[in-house]
Design a protein around this ligand. Structure first.
Ligand code: KG4
Ligand code: ZN
Length: 359
């Protein structure tokens, strides 16, 4: 891929699910300003994300957030070097809002436009220069994270093991056969009477629990391959819930659930690392990467393979626009831009970027 200079800061826009976000990054990847507005309050009464409500909230807040980060950094639109907007995968209403807003700015100010795959955003976050200092401080990594590395993408909508071999070059080694891991947390938490989104609430409850009291299944543990399955675990939780009597029982079940999930994720990561012998790191992203039990299990697995575990700070693990601007910068540097008639894609598997990158 040829390299191309970037003329100014890059504005990143994210509106693919239930976070509206804007961020401004300097061409070298320095974060100049960032803003995220969660739609938790709008969706909580419904116990999940309502697509139409999400799209309207993105429409109401994205222009304001974009103006806010520009003002904070003191950057005028004509000084920008490009616009990067999430164009998929995700909820189509929000994708249209974010991508159209980005294209509008690109047209108005004659800027290059990058249609970013949201999953690529998560995949490349580990390479953000802003993370280097933190990672070095903790003695984990020297300099930038080099390709190839193994990404475990663990969110409410996605659950995949991905070999990240280069910009636009992703090989999915495994994915979930049923629920995404965050979905499993949310559904099990709901069964236990915890509020949505269930992951953080379940983790809090698990802190006081004994993970060994309830023997829960560990689907696919010890089996070949890198796929995941969580529906059996969820069913086991559903069967245990009616027998719970005390708060300690609930804490023990939460701890057992979290322990089983962490063990399965570590097992799958082990198989995936065996398929990627040149890996420089194990990288974890997505909301579930916020879970300390999961992080600890994956850190142990990475250590077994003598690799660093790269777990970005939580605000960069969950949905944000810094990762979108950064993916935009990596693409602009490589001379990759998208036409203004690029159509947002609700389904857009990472593997499909490979063909585009080499085209
Ligand atoms: O990446 P994310 O913010 O949004 C997408 O799904 O794209 O992930 C949200 C998911 C939810 O399922 C939430 O319950 C889960 O991440 N989550 C957690 C924790 N924090 C968020 N799961 C387990 N433990 C946590 N601390
Ligand atoms: Zn995400």
């Amino acid at each position: 891929m040829r390299s191309a200079p970037i003329e100014g800061p890059v504005l990143g826009l994210e509106a693919s699910c239930d976070e509206t976000a804007a961020a401004l990054l300097a061409p070298d990847g320095t974060i100049l300003a960032e803003a995220v507005r969660s739609q938790l309050a709008e969706h909580t009464p419904f116990g999940g994300v309502v697509p139409e409500i999400a799209a309207r909230a993105h429409l109401a807040h994205l222009p304001r957030l974009a103006a806010q980060v520009m003002a904070e950094a003191g950057v005028r639109p004509e000084q920008l070097g490009g616009i990067a907007a999430t164009a998929g995968p995700g909820l189509i209403g929000g994708l249209i809002v974010g991508a159209s807003f980005g294209k509008g700015m690109a047209i108005a100010h004659g800027l290059p436009f990058v249609a970013v795959n949201h999953l690529e955003g998560h995949a490349l976050t580990a390479r953000l220069p802003a993370l280097r200092a933190t990672l070095n401080e903790s003695g984990l990594v020297e300099g930038e994270v080099r390709f190839p590395y193994l990404l475990l993408l663990l969110s409410g909508g996605h659950c995949q093991c991905v070999a990240v071999e280069g910009l636009g070059r992703y090989r999915r080694l495994g994915s979930t056969l049923d629920d995404a891991v965050g979905e499993a947390f949310d559904k099990s938490a709901k069964l236990m009477g915890l509020p949505w989104p269930g992951g953080p609430a379940l983790e809090k409850l698990a802190q006081a629990g004994n993970p060994r009291r309830y023997p829960l299944p560990r689907p696919l543990f010890g089996r070949p391959g890198c796929d995941f399955s969580f529906s059996g675990l969820k069913t086991a939780v559903a069967q245990a819930v009616p027998k719970l009597a005390t708060e300690q029982d609930r804490a023990d079940l939460a701890a057992a659930f979290q322990h089983a999930v962490a063990a399965v994720l570590a097992d799958r990561a082990r198989n995936a690392l065996a398929l990627l012998p040149g890996a420089t790191a194990l990288v974890v992203a997505g909301g579930v990467a916020a879970n300390q039990g999961v992080r600890a299990a994956l850190a142990a697995e990475a250590a077994r393979a003598a690799l660093p575990l790269i777990a970005p700070p939580i605000r960069l693990c969950t949905d944000n626009a810094v990762m979108i601007a950064w993916a935009g910068i990596e693409r602009l540097r490589a001379g990759l831009t998208d036409p203004l008639d690029h159509a947002p894609r609700p389904r857009w598997p990472l593997d499909e970027l490979r063909a585009e990158a080499t085209a």
